[in-house]
Each structure stands twice: as structure tokens, then as C-alpha cells.
Design a binder for this molecule. Structure first.
Ligand code: GLU
Length: 272
């Protein structure tokens, strides 16, 4: 089977070293297998998305010596998200939720991988259809449809999909026709990604993605959740914590190919 990997940055801020590492890992896994490496701009995060960053990203990747195929940005695929959500809704698998983040924090009784787990408040009450609502997946109902699911991570091995850990996740946001979970899962299927390569911080999301795939009868790729580059305090790299933007390094005349070589040394086969 052809290996198709992807790098899927969100244009909410400039790329930094952690992104460069993610792009190089995805690129090299495809290249080593004679496969394809895709770039997908995940630009539906409303006001936080800055269109001009797409060009910056392309210049950054070029500077690192990478070659890619670009697939359509998420903002051009909204109809496919709406259609999929509509189908799930017609099957009774989604329910509207008007809770605010603050209400959820106050009502939650446990924490999941993405913070307080939604306690299902809106599942049990009638909601005025005129109110802006998100749509949540009724995970219990969904699991009753799919039964137990598995997925394969190239580094961590075979996983039992534990979609219940995060509770009833948002599938359609109040302000957008999809959440990250729905959009990324549909896009990976549409793009033919066979090896979804991303940072270990998104490992937990894959349990949900596997469930969405089963519900929508989408092809099931393999995953490769690579280690994250950390700062000297052991925290994930972030621009706000002083990790410089690749664009600044590039514009300061640093050698991108040399940087890419250094980053490659950090992708240890053990994934540790
Ligand atoms: N757009 C996501 C991010 O920038 C990555 C999503 C993914 O790789 O699935 O964190």
C-alpha cells in the first residue's frame, strides 16, 4: 500500500521548531517508503486563523528543504463537514449543547485528556432550537453502534480505542461547521492519508477519530504519534514560551537545511 503522510498546521501563529520536527518526520516517513507527503492548512479556527500565514508556512518548509503536495485547505471543505454531521444527526448520534466552557467546568465531575469531561447536561434537557448550539457526539450510543474498536500506532503498537475517556466530544462547534475531530478525520479520508503522522500530544484524539471513522465508514489509516520537542523546562515548545518562529530564523539567515539535519537526529526509532 502506498504511504501517504501529512503535515496539517493551523495558521494561528508562526511555525516553530516543534512544527519543523513534525513536518520533517512526516516528510521522511513518506520519502523512505516512496510515498507522498501532503500539506493541509487547517484554517477553520475562525478569527484565530490568519490566511497570510499559509505562504509563510510554505516558505518555511521550502527553507527546510522539504517537498510536498498541497491539498485543499479546510476552509474550502465546509460542505463535506456539514453533510457528514447531518448524517450523524439524522441517526440520532449528535445532540445540541448550549453550555458554556465555564458551566462545563463547574458541572464536570472528572477530567479527561482535553480537560473537564462534559457531564451530559444538555443530553437531558430540551433546548430552544433558536439558541446557538454546538453538536456533541453521544459516545455511548455511538459505541453501541460500532462495538469495540482498535487502531495501530507505529510506535506505541495496537491500541484499544477508548473514545469514552473524553466524554461526548464536540463534533460541530457553535461557530463552525466542524470541530477539529470531525474536520481532520474527514480530511484524512478524503486526502487518502494512510499514515497519520502527528505529535504525541494528539494521541488521545485518535481514539475519537477512530470512532468517527467507524461511524462514517471511512478508511482506517495507521498512525505515527511522534515525540514532542521540549524546552529546557520539559514543556512543549511554544512561541509564547520563547520558541522562535521559523520565519524569524529564516529571515535572520540561518541555514534551514542544517537545522533539518539536526532535527532528523532527534527522531529516534524508539519514539522516546
Ligand atoms: N492542526 C493541528 C495542529 O496544528 C494538527 C492536527 C493533526 O495533525 O491532526 O495542531
Amino acid at each position: 500500500m502506498e504511504i501517504v503522510t501529512r503535515f496539517a498546521p493551523s495558521p494561528n501563529g508562526p511555525l516553530h521548531l516543534g512544527h519543523a520536527f513534525a513536518a520533517i518526520v512526516a516528510h521522511d516517513l513518506a520519502q523512505a517508503a516512496g510515498g507522498r507527503f501532503l500539506l493541509r492548512i487547517e484554517d477553520i479556527d475562525g478569527p484565530r486563523s490568519r490566511a497570510e500565514l499559509g505562504d509563510e508556512f510554505r516558505r518555511d518548509l521550502e527553507w527546510l528543504g522539504l517537498e510536498w503536495e498541497e491539498v485543499p485547505a479546510q476552509s474550502t471543505r465546509l460542505d463535506s463537514y456539514t453533510a457528514a454531521a447531518q448524517g450523524l444527526r439524522e441517526r440520532g448520534l449528535l445532540y445540541p449543547c448550549i453550555c458554556t466552557r465555564r458551566e462545563i467546568e463547574a458541572a464536570a465531575t472528572r477530567k479527561g485528556p482535553e480537560g473537564p469531561v462534559y457531564p451530559g447536561t444538555c443530553k437531558r434537557r430540551a433546548i430552544d432550537p433558536a439558541l446557538p448550539a454546538a453538536l456533541r457526539l453521544d459516545v455511548e450510543k455511538a459505541l453501541a453502534v460500532t462495538g469495540q474498536l482498535f487502531w495501530m500506532d507505529e510506535l506505541a503498537g495496537k491500541q484499544v480505542a477508548d473514545a469514552a475517556a473524553g466524554g461526548d466530544v464536540v463534533i460541530v462547534r457553535k461557530d463552525l461547521p466542524a470541530s477539529y475531530h470531525l474536520a481532520a478525520t474527514l480530511d484524512d479520508a478524503a486526502d487518502g492519508s494512510t499514515l497519520v503522522t502527528r505529535g504525541a500530544d494528539l494521541f488521545h484524539a485518535t481514539h475519537v477519530h477512530r470512532l468517527i471513522q467507524a461511524l462514517l465508514d471511512l478508511p482506517v489509516p495507521r498512525w505515527h504519534h511522534h515525540r514532542l520537542l521540549l524546552d529546557e523546562k520539559g514543556r512543549k515548545l511554544a512561541k509564547r514560551r520563547g520558541s522562535p518562529a521559523l520565519s524569524d530564523r529564516r529571515e535572520a539567515g540561518e541555514d534551514g537545511l542544517m537545522l533539518a539535519r539536526q532535527l532528523r537526529l532527534q527522531h529516534l526509532p524508539s519514539g522516546t
